[in-house]
Design a binder for this molecule. Sequence first.
Ligand SMILES: Cc1ncc(C[n+]2csc(CCOP(=O)(O)OP(=O)(O)O)c2C)c(N)n1
Ligand SMILES: [Mg+2]
Length: 382
Amino acid sequence: MSPTPAEALLPTMEPFQLIDQHGIAHDDADHRMPALARLVEGYRHLVVGRRVNEQANALVRQGRLAVYPSSFGQEACEVAAAMALDDSDWLFPTYRDAVAVITRGVDPLEVFVQLRGDWHSGYDPHSHNVAPQTTPLATQLVHAAGFAHAAKLRGEKTVVLAICGDGATSEGDFHEALNFAAVFQLPVVFLVQNNGYAISVPLIRQTHAPSLAHKAIGYGMPGKRVDGNDLAALLNVLEDAVDSARRGGGPTLVEAVTYRIQSHTNADDASRYRSDDEVKPWLERDPVQRMRDYLRGAGALTDGDDAEIHAQAERVASNLRDGLNAETELDPAELFRHVYAHPTSQLAEQAAMLADELAASEDDETTPDAAQAETNQAEATS
Ligand SMILES: Cc1ncc(C[n+]2csc(CCOP(=O)(O)OP(=O)(O)O)c2C)c(N)n1
Ligand SMILES: [Mg+2]
């Protein structure tokens, strides 16, 4: 019996999977498997993404980055989110989605200067159609819905993909964005990375729904649950959702079931609220190793290919290290420069106050030198 229109919106409880954790493809799902060349491209992004996560963690320990919310173990979600979109589409990421932004083509160094505190948003959003990474939870979902609304009004074929976490689904903005997108049938894909935690708060404290994807039916949009550590399944589900949005089919909510392997950020200690026993099975579901095993089994990845991909990842890491280890010359006046096209009088006043303070501190710094110079002069002539 075919499902009723309401039943058709419901997700399956079992997350959709194409490749299991041992790298074995499901026979009955083979016809939905992305092309091997596309999976090799995806694997390259996974390896680079993993290396970026490792390098960023190291740069935090070296004091070169203030903080890093790692997507270690979630790289398949990051890569699939970027790969599912056309160049003319738009990505709306969160603080945890540096790897998605990099996969989209943004220079890694430009992504990370924000976390060093140099710039408000290090990259130009228009260079690769990537909105700034947002920290206030779920705000990017409302921006994404509004952006998609504008695209639809203009008759453009743009699709918007917005990412959020499981914790963000408790925000009012999540509800408003999904409701608005469904009512106006906007071309948006909402990707929830359910990594089990919102800092120390587990999913059980976030929702009483059977799953996060089940929330979709309340808005009248399809909900999909997918294995968030299976790049092939993610590409399949997200590409379908993007196609549907582009053809005028409205929004989709996709819940990717994954796990936050590391602490929330370096400022958090996950061992205070969860055990190693809980983490261990997720290490065995690693998305990078899984794709590698599948591609090796399919004869699509030689030792040479793999070595070349890892060498590329090393180059990305080394450029990031060099770039972030270079001392920068920052002009504090830039803080004010891009707030308004025409600065308000208050802003001009604050800028002048800062300039005075900086000039005064420069005077303070030169005073001891001047005093020393006088002493030297006196000694030389005595
Ligand atoms: C509106 C708002 N409230 C609270 C916070 C503080 N905060 C930062 S990250 C976070 C947890 C978010 O968890 P989740 O949405 O699951 O994303 P994850 O960090 O797991 O990727 C919280 C509560 C915030 N950034 N914004
Ligand atoms: Mg989370």
